[in-house]
Design a protein around this ligand. Structure first.
Ligand code: PEP
Length: 261
C-alpha cells in the first residue's frame, strides 16, 4: 500500500539556526501521525542541522538538487554520494525553478534521476506545464515528454523507488492552485504515461504528489482528490503551524477515503 508523502521544500530560505527551530516544531507536531510520511528539504547548508533533529526516522531528509557526477570539477555542485553520507534519503529532481531559472534540460534531469537511483537515494521527479503550454492545450504532451525523457532506460528494479510530483509551473508560488479537476486529470495522465513507459504492474506503487500553492485553506480540497498520493509544499512549509495543519487535514481526508472504499 502506498503511504502518502508530504514534502516541505524550503527552497533558499533559512539559516541552520532557523531550520533547527522549524524542524523541532514540525517534529513535535507529527509525533501522533500514523499513516502519512513527512519529509523536509532544507537548503544544503541546513541538511546536517535538520538531520541531527530528525535522525532520519520520523521525518525523511530531502535534498533540493543533485549533480549527476560522483565527484570532479563542478564548482558549486553536490553529488548524490555526498548527500547520502549526511543522511539524505530523497532528492528533488527537475523542480520547475531548476528547469526554468537555471535552464536544466530534460537530459540533465534524466542523468540526475539515474545518479540518484544508482546511489541508493530516492528521486522525487517534478513535472508540470507552464501557463502558456496549458492555454495552448499542450499540458499532457509536456508532462508526458518530461516523464519519457527523465525515465528513459530506468531499471525495472528502480521503478518502486520513484515518486513523481505534478507541479504546474503557473501554480508554484503564485497563490493560484490547480483545481481538483485539473489535478485529478493531470495525475491520471501521469499514471497512464508511467504504465506505458514502465509497465502496468510495476507502476501502481509509485506515489504521485501535487505541488503548487497548497495552503491550509485549500489543502483539504486537494487531498480530497483520490489520485493525489501526497503533497510537495513550498511557501506554506516555512510556517510550522500551516504545514502541520495541511498534514493533519491531508491525513484525515485520506483516512475518510480509505473508509469509503
Ligand atoms: C514548490 O516549491 O515545489 C512549491 C509547490 O511551492 P509553493 O507551495 O510555494 O507553490
Amino acid at each position: 500500500m502506498k503511504r502518502p508523502l508530504i514534502v516541505g521544500n524550503w527552497k533558499m530560505n533559512g539559516t541552520s539556526a532557523e531550520a533547527v527551530k522549524l524542524t523541532r516544531h514540525v517534529r513535535d507536531g507529527v509525533k501522533a501521525l500514523r499513516s502519512v510520511e513527512i519529509a523536509l528539504a532544507p537548503p544544503f547548508t541546513a541538511l546536517n542541522a535538520v538531520a541531527s533533529i530528525t535522525g532520519g526516522r520520523r521525518i525523511h531528509l530531502v535534498a533540493q538538487n543533485v549533480h549527476w557526477e560522483d565527484k570532479g570539477a563542478f564548482t558549486g555542485e553536490i553529488s548524490a554520494r555526498m548527500l547520502k553520507e549526511i543522511g539524505c534519503q530523497l532528492v528533488i529532481v527537475g523542480h520547475s525553478e531548476r528547469r526554468h531559472l537555471f535552464h536544466e534540460t530534460d537530459r540533465w534531469v534524466a542523468w540526475k534521476i539515474r545518479a540518484t537511483l544508482n546511489s541508493g537515494l530516492l528521486p522525487i521527479l517534478c513535472v508540470g506545464e507552464t501557463l502558456a503550454e496549458r492555454q495552448r492545450g499542450r499540458a499532457r504532451q509536456v508532462i508526458t515528454r518530461q516523464l519519457r525523457a527523465a525515465l528513459k532506460g530506468i531499471r525495472e528494479s528502480a521503478i518502486d523507488k520513484l515518486t513523481v510530483a505534478y507541479e504546474p509551473v503557473w501554480a508554484i508560488g503564485t497563490g493560484q492552485h490547480a483545481t481538483p479537476v485539473q489535478v485529478a486529470q493531470a495525475h491520471r495522465w501521469i499514471r497512464d504515461a508511467l504504465k506505458e513507459l514502465l509497465g502496468r504492474f510495476k507502476t501502481g506503487e509509485i506515489r504521485i504528489l501535487y505541488g503548487g500553492s497548497v495552503r491550509p485553506d485549500n489543502s483539504s480540497e486537494i487531498a480530497g482528490v483520490a489520485e493525489v498520493d501526497g503533497l510537495l509544499i513550498g511557501g506554506a512549509s516555512l510556517k510550522a503551524d500551516d504545514f502541520l495543519r495541511i498534514i493533519g487535514d491531508f491525513e484525515q481526508s485520506k483516512s475518510r477515503q480509505r473508509r469509503r472504499k
